[in-house]
Design a protein around this ligand. Sequence first.
Ligand SMILES: Cc1ncc(COP(=O)(O)O)c(C=O)c1O
Ligand SMILES: [Zn+2]
Length: 407
Amino acid sequence: MSYARALRCRKCGQEYPLQPRSKCDFCLSPLEVTYDYQAMAGVVSRQKIESGLKSMWRYRDLLPTEEAEVDVGTGFTPLIKADNLGRELGLDRLYIKNDCLNPTYSFKDRPVSVAATKAREFGFDTLACASTGNLAASVAAHAAKAGMKAYVFVPSNVEQGKLVGIAIYNPVLVQVEGSYDDVNRLCSVVAQKYNWGFINVNLRPYYAEGSKTLGFEVAEQLGWRAPDCVIAPTASGLMFTRIWKGLDELAMLGLIEPINTHMFLAQAAGSAPIANAFAAGTLHVHPVKPDTIATSIAIGNPADGYYALQVARQSDGGACTVTDEETIAAMKLLAQTEGIFAEAVGGVVIGALKKMTAAGMLKKDDLTVAFITGAGPRTQEIVSDVVQPLTIKANMESLEEALGVIA
Ligand SMILES: Cc1ncc(COP(=O)(O)O)c(C=O)c1O
Ligand SMILES: [Zn+2]
């Protein structure tokens, strides 16, 4: 049983039944799932959630699925108090949501688990997606778990480590000559011809909902309160909007106090259409041609850019860009202060955190949560310069000689 009621157009409000569709027929704007919050209010409680599964599915009542979930063990990832990094940056109450620790090593398992469950409910036997890399791995893993077929499309610049992390689940892996935006364009045509459950095309409204669990978990892990500040990466902009929606829903249901969270988004300087629009003071996002090492978030024409901007604006938050150099330095800083090896996207987040703190946009005693959404080992090429072992013979003399060099 689900409290989901309909799909509703984010722009004109037109409603549609809960079907596989992502856009409004009238204004072509994205659709989102709406719920019967009144019915939910009497049922969903802190206690009920706390006694649930130790996974994202403890929030089942707030998700749009009816049947048994397709779950590879996602969610309830650690929220750690980042004292070392906080000291370095000048933040006393910094937390890191470590979502590298999902089964396929990124937060994408959250939205995909919901979308795959809906796909099975709708009777699809095949999952598909357009991906910068992480989504494809997650879709392939969930298809394997559900006994479904998978067709995953990625651009030509996907790193070898990511390709292995996709192919191991044995999907049909299609590498398209071109950028993510080319892949995405192709997939919207493919989705019209083939009757597939396209995770981020015809199942996109359901896919989006999974990322609310990031907001739910953080609030619960903080002892049922919203952070003062959130900093999260954006590519299409979708996850950012859903962290906000998750917090907002908890407040609406009375599970936390009304929220006053400032939402800050981080982008790579070489792929920053949303942050550029924020800086220009407009809600109109101009597409760019991405050029960054943070390939997972290299989207030049972000589908939900407008809505991400709205969230940053309305919450009195902000936007920040980070160069590749700053990204690499921040990846090392995160690893060397908190023991977390994130992919380049994590470097973008920590780099932005550093810059915004230095600029006084984040305050020392703000309860700040930084979202680290993907793991480092798959894109390790970009920090391979850290490998500088002491090469010694297998004896004490040789060791001490080498240690003397570094002493
Ligand atoms: C690791 C990682 N973080 C963040 C994002 C951003 O997600 P969204 O497209 O919802 O903005 C992505 C997207 O691919 C990603 O791979
Ligand atoms: Zn509409």
